[in-house]
Design a binder for this molecule. Structure first.
Ligand code: FES
Length: 253
């Protein structure tokens, strides 16, 4: 087969400009990569380097529900029973997938943007190992159960030692569970469950209302994803510093 030389003028390679921001192109991917890496390292330390996350009525989201099990005399890290669900949920989340593919791999780099030369043009979508991301719906089921425990913990901590109590930890736990709900219940898979698989999703009032409710949260799904990541971190850090005695806490009256 003969190669036909291009008849048109040679196109010069010009730097890719982001039409929506004056910030450099590398900044957002770099922030995503640094933040997710830092959170992953902190989470690994919490799960494998600690045996609990309770201080008085406060319970870290990494330990909800609290499960204590010894196998052969060894305590299975209690956070291990919990952490797999949010890990699976966030790792397969449609938004995070976009974020980590673009930030860690630059593959694909962005819509309609040429790949770096080193990557060639071999992007094949989420096939092979990445097809596991299709299990996101099942991670949603697991995380929904966990949300029930988190809400219970966040409300139950107000009643401690026979009295109603409020502290900074109470506030953090409530803010955390609200933000996690905003993230969880704006999930694309939940939106599909509510309004998808139907030729007329507005024919059922219940489904239509549910779909509209999920859509309200779904519009800002990326923001909920980040805010809830930080509220989980902040809540755990505060309770952990209390447990470790780094932060003082007034005795429960
Ligand atoms: S798509 Fe992000 S949590 Fe489901």
């Amino acid at each position: 087969m003969q190669t036909v030389p291009s008849a048109g003028p040679k196109l010069a390679r010009v730097p890719v400009r982001n039409p929506y921001s004056a910030l450099p192109n590398w900044l957002y991917p770099a922030l995503v990569a640094v933040t997710l890496t830092a959170f992953a390292l902190y989470s690994a330390w919490v799960v494998f380097g600690n045996s609990g996350g309770r201080f008085g009525p406060y319970l870290s989201p990494f330990y909800s529900p609290e499960i204590t099990l010894r196998l052969g005399g060894f305590l299975v890290p209690p956070a291990l029973w919990v952490a797999w669900a949010p890990l699976a949920f966030r790792a397969t989340c449609y938004y995070y997938r976009k974020a980590y593919f673009r930030s860690f791999f630059w593959h694909p780099r962005s819509c309609a943007v040429p790949e770096p030369r080193s990557h060639g043009s071999n992007y094949r979508g989420e096939t092979g190992f990445w097809a596991l991301n299709n299990l996101h719906r099942f991670a949603l089921y697991a995380i929904t159960v966990q949300m029930a425990f988190l809400w219970f913990d966040a409300l139950a901590q107000f009643y401690y030692q026979g009295a109603f109590r409020v502290g900074l930890g109470s506030l953090l736990m409530i803010v955390n569970v609200v933000c996690l709900s905003g993230y969880t219940f704006g999930c694309h898979a939940l939106r599909h469950l509510a309004g998808g698989r139907s030729d007329c999703f507005s024919c059922s009032r219940v489904r239509f209302r549910l779909w509209k409710g999920v859509t309200v949260l779904n519009v800002r799904h990326d923001r909920w994803a980040w805010v809830s990541l930080f509220t989980v971190l902040g809540t755990d850090l505060y309770i952990r510093l209390l447990v470790l005695g780094v932060l003082p806490h007034a005795p429960w009256a």
